[in-house]
Design a protein around this ligand. Structure first.
Ligand SMILES: [Zn+2]
Length: 644
């Protein structure tokens, strides 16, 4: 790895004032795309025979494409103005079309295919190999008819995906119940759910209704009814859409010479093959079974206090009884907990903790133009030199992205452009739930990875550009800091100035860990379904759900439900739902290198920063982790955590 050089010539991107956004966005995106087109034209007209020269020219193209895409991606999810968001969406479609055309451009492929990696340094040779692989994966080297069909399949797959998502978004269902059917619900929830004229209350399958009802409502019939509705969202419409999507994906993978879609998508990940996904699932099942049965028995015993005849516990009773167990056994009061997490203090605490851990300083840039008064900009400094910039957009706003994620604003390229990232979240402005605090640490982990890994020569390898099944590991690991009593003591202070008691933090952790075994089994049910239907193409998807649940989950299938129709990951993650657990296994192993008594030990943190985060995607993730741990990663730390 080249030694890290600080570079003061690269400057931060100057964002527009709100009134100038449309013009600015058009100029930046159209300008970048135009330059990229011109660069491709001249590369094809007069290709250098020297591999390094071609890669550099190609890097220039990719930088322009990423610049065209990144600011549009940020504005499409965050800009307060609807017309800006819509314009940004259109820009992103144009960028995607351009990128698809590049992948299927036979002339370009011939230029790359004629190059030799002899004399290239390892990173450039890796880049050349990556480009050739990606060209082949797009089907550029296939005959004309096949290429035309691949282009067509890409469109049909996109259409089916959009249909699947639309049916879910528009498929919300509801039940109508009497007020007494909602016994146990918190007062603030009830006050926002007044009965209609006929005296009945509507409960929707949307999360803000169905999650609290599943967790707190003490009337079993109500929990069961809303659960059945949720498991039937988009049924039967999406059953057909999903079958169509599976057929298209199978043809797509087959045309490119792969056994199935699972093999095709696994190729670019750490796991490499579809069958390795099946093996991984079996391994997690074996490791989690004892803990799963133990914790399930505790919840079932608690259910039997209320219902002595219960033979088993179903999904519609699980959240309610596991919450009761947490409260009764571990004495964790969610209402009391919140009083220690004031948003402002948590933010300052997170900046202090991560700054100390990674040797960074966050310098506020109060005069930087931003898209909403809610947004704050910070320069990221290391040893006094600016290495990037971040924007924090942390509270809900109309029309804004509804979840939590890190977005790239600028991809870092050494000496040319500084990495810049945006954290988009929807946190409370006042008191936070502890789960929001861990989410904050998690997402901040992606942001740090983007910035610290952003000093690469090749944009293809910058920041979080590691294998998809590794990318969650640094974030999942950083969540551990949000559970450490010493770390929390720095900022978790209530209105009277009392620091969160260490004993409470330890109880919180124990309560949170309760059920981890059966949750792992449920995760493996989802993972097995996600990979299995892409491998076996079952005739009846509901039967596939029933069988996968029976084999992998410790909770029984609920008759007359069709979970597959609203399992959104079958679209976005397709056969790769296992990736969450795969990353978690590695996160637990990496975390084992830190000393439990001192999570700030400087040489461990610095080694992690320099060997795992700083190289971005310039090496295989398995090698990054081995460079840090001094050995290949193993399953042991995860298995030990499950068995605790
Ligand atoms: Zn994440």
């Amino acid at each position: 790895m080249t030694t890290q050089t600080t570079d003061s010539t690269a400057s931060a991107l100057e964002l527009p004032a709100p009134d100038d956004t449309m013009t600015w966005l058009g100029d930046r995106s159209r300008g970048s795309l135009e330059r990229a087109r011109e660069m491709v034209r001249s590369l094809k007209a007069d290709p250098p025979s020297d591999a390094l020269a071609v890669l550099r020219a190609w890097n220039d193209v990719e930088i322009e494409v990423s610049n065209a895409r990144a600011s549009a991606a940020v504005y499409s999810e965050t800009n307060p103005e609807k017309d800006v968001r819509e314009a940004a969406d259109v820009t992103m479609q144009q960028v995607d079309e351009f990128a698809t055309d590049l992948g299927l451009d036979g002339e370009l492929f011939e230029i790359f295919d004629a190059l030799s990696s002899e004399g290239l340094d390892p990173t450039a040779a890796r880049l050349l190999g990556r480009q050739l692989r990606d060209f082949r994966r797009s089907g550029v080297d296939r005959d004309e008819t096949t290429r035309a069909r691949l282009r067509e399949l890409a469109q049909l797959e996109l259409r089916a995906s959009q249909e699947f998502g639309r049916n879910m978004r528009e498929g919300a269902r509801s039940i109508r119940v009497r007020p007494e059917d909602l016994a146990g619900m918190p007062a603030d929830w009830l006050s926002s759910h007044e009965p209609d004229d006929d005296g009945l209350i509507t409960v929707s399958t949307d999360y803000p209704d169905s999650v609290p009802v599943g967790t707190f409502c003490s009337v079993p019939a109500t929990r069961r009814a809303i659960s059945l509705e949720r498991l039937n969202i988009a049924w039967p419409a999406n059953d057909e859409v999903l079958q169509r999507l599976l057929t298209l994906r199978a043809e797509h993978a087959g045309l490119l010479g792969y056994k199935d879609w699972a093999d095709f998508t696994a190729e670019t990940k750490m796991i490499r093959t579809g069958s390795a996904i099946n093996e991984f699932i079996d391994k997690i099942v074996a490791a989690s079974t004892d803990a799963a049965q133990r914790d399930k028995q505790i919840v079932l015993d608690r259910l039997r206090q209320d219902d002595p005849d219960a033979q088993d516990i179903y999904g519609y009773d699980l959240p309610y009884y596991s919450e009761l167990v947490r409260k009764e056994r571990f004495d964790v009061d969610a209402q009391l907990l919140r009083t220690f997490f004031r948003f402002d203090a948590v933010l300052q605490g997170l900046l202090a903790v991560t700054g100390r851990l990674f040797g960074l300083t966050w310098g506020p840039v109060p005069d930087a133009p931003v898209w909403s008064p809610d947004v704050a900009a910070y320069d990221v400094l290391r040893d006094g030199t600016r290495i990037g910039r971040i924007y924090l957009d942390l509270h809900p706003r109309e029309g804004k992205y509804k979840h939590a994620a890190q977005f790239t604003l600028v991809e870092g390229v050494r000496g040319r452009q500084l990495p810049e990232g945006v954290l988009v979240c929807n946190f409370s402005r006042g008191l936070m739930e502890h789960s929001e605090v861990t989410t904050f640490f998690h997402e901040f982990g992606h942001l740090i990875h983007h910035i610290v890994g952003g000093a690469q020569d090749w944009v293809e390898f910058t920041g979080v550009a590691t294998e998809w099944d590794f990318v969650e590991a640094p974030s999942q690991m950083l969540e551990e800091w949000a559970w450490d009593p010493t770390v929390l003591a720095e900022f978790a202070v209530d209105a009277d100035g009392a620091v969160i008691p260490e004993a409470l933090v330890r109880r919180m952790r124990t309560a949170d860990d309760f059920g981890k075994g059966y949750l792992a089994r449920t995760q493996m049910f989802y993972a097995a379904l996600s990979v299995g239907i892409h491998q076996h193409r079952p005739e009846d998807l509901t039967t596939a759900v029933r069988e996968a649940q029976q084999r992998y989950s410790v909770f029984p299938y609920i008759e007359h439900t069709h979970f597959q129709c609203a399992f959104g990951h079958l679209d976005g993650y397709s056969s790769g739902y296992y990736t969450y657990m795969w990353s978690l296994v590695i996160a637990k192993d990496m975390f084992s290198a830190f000393h439990a008594e001192d999570l700030f030990e400087p040489h461990v943190a610095a080694r992690y920063r320099d060997r795992v985060l700083a190289p971005g995607g310039s090496k295989d993730a398995a090698d990054l982790v081995a460079d840090f741990l001094g050995r290949p990663y193993t399953f042991d730390a995860y298995a030990a955590w499950l068995a605790e």
